[in-house]
Design a binder for this molecule. Structure first.
Ligand SMILES: Cc1cc2nc3c(=O)[nH]c(=O)nc-3n(C[C@H](O)[C@H](O)[C@H](O)COP(=O)(O)O)c2cc1C
Length: 321
């Protein structure tokens, strides 16, 4: 019998735990040519802001060993166009949509959350905290526990009670548990770990930075060990808080690693750019991994690497310990 793949993100139930990560599947239309969006656990939108934005100047993508750098920036149509055009299209296709929001002030986040609360069909809100705070000299909200917590508090206060709010954190901090703790204390229903790491590439030929914006976010397999570490630390600190694990997932085995570290679901990002059908392939491979372990339910493996019985120990795993 295939394992029960249902996953929970707070109050939301998903048919499976493999999501498309923010910014890597656009608004879903691009992905729909390759996969049935209704079969993706959920699609996390590109971060939506209050107003339309063009993003950063080009070049804004660079390949790096086992990864890539991007400085795309928060390019997008703004909340009005998203609600009028993109969200209805995704819902008409049977997709579950986690809406990622980003703002340059606490007020902007609050306004976005309020707009989403008036809209039917939002599975969860993911709060992208890797955004420059215009009221704090452009410092990212995610780098400061207090500022991150204040965003989560207003989003939780503005969002409808039945929409789970996930705080998406940056790994570019010395103590991710401190930021996670502030977000949980401010009402986050879950954590989304991790966003990209800040990196840079220089072209020795031109002796100049490769990206027009100089710095970019590093993603892909190169960052997976960082994601595993962050998920592990958050799970150890908050064993009951659901986590979306993101960072360098290419295969079902990579997904399993993040689940074992404590993620309740995982999101595939950069790999979608190499293989647009990656979400369905990773799900299939994860099902095979679980079958090999003798797990009846995907929920049985969540957090098992911590060695404490969070749930039943799958038969296969029990034989190994
Ligand atoms: C081109 C690109 C655009 C991204 N845009 C967003 C975004 O809008 N909001 C966000 O929270 N994360 C964004 N991310 C980060 C991803 O959602 C993910 O957290 C990160 O890339 C790590 O996962 P991966 O290694 O599987 O790509 C983006 C990543 C890439 C590569």
């Amino acid at each position: 019998m295939p394992a029960d793949m249902r996953a929970r993100l707070g109050q939301a139930e998903l048919p499976n735990p493999v999501l498309a990560a923010a910014g890597c599947a656009g608004a879903g239309r691009e992905l729909a040519q390759f996969v049935d969006v209704a079969r993706v656990g959920a699609l996390i939108s590109k971060s939506i802001m209050a107003e339309p934005r063009t993003g950063n100047p080009t070049p804004r993508l660079a390949e790096t060993p086992s990864g890539m750098l991007n400085s795309v920036g928060l390019q997008g149509p703004g909340i009005d166009a998203f609600l009028q055009r993109d969200l209805p299209w995704l819902l008409s296709r049977g997709a579950r949509v986690v809406v990622s929001i980003a703002g340059q002030s606490v007020r902007e986040y609050a306004g976005l959350a309020a707009r989403l609360s008036d809209t039917a069909g939002v599975t969860a809100i993911e709060v992208n905290l890797s955004c420059p705070n215009a009221e704090d000299a452009g410092r990212l909200f995610a780098l400061d526990p207090q500022r991150a917590g204040s965003v989560i508090a207003v989003v939780r206060g503005s969002a409808r009670y039945d929409i789970p709010v996930f705080a998406k954190l940056s790994p570019d901090v010395t103590d991710i548990v401190a930021v996670a703790s502030a977000c949980v204390a401010s009402g986050a229903d879950g954590l989304s770990l991790i966003n990209t790491l800040l990196g840079m590439a220089i072209d020795p030929g031109t002796m100049r930075p490769v990206l027009a914006g100089k710095y970019g976010g590093l993603s892909g397999p190169a960052i997976r060990p960082v994601a595993v570490r962050c998920v592990w630390q958050a799970r150890a600190a908050f064993p009951t808080v659901p986590i979306i694990g993101t960072g360098g997932v290419r295969t079902g085995r990579d997904a399993l690693e993040l689940l074992l570290a404590g993620a309740s679901a995982i999101a595939v990002g950069t790999e979608i750019m190499h293989d647009p059908s990656a979400c369905s392939r990773v799900l299939r491979e994860l099902e095979e991994e679980l079958a090999a372990l003798g797990a009846d339910r995907v929920s049985d493996v969540i957090g098992q690497a911590h060695g404490q019985a969070g749930g039943r120990v799958p038969r296969g795993l029990a034989r190994r310990v």
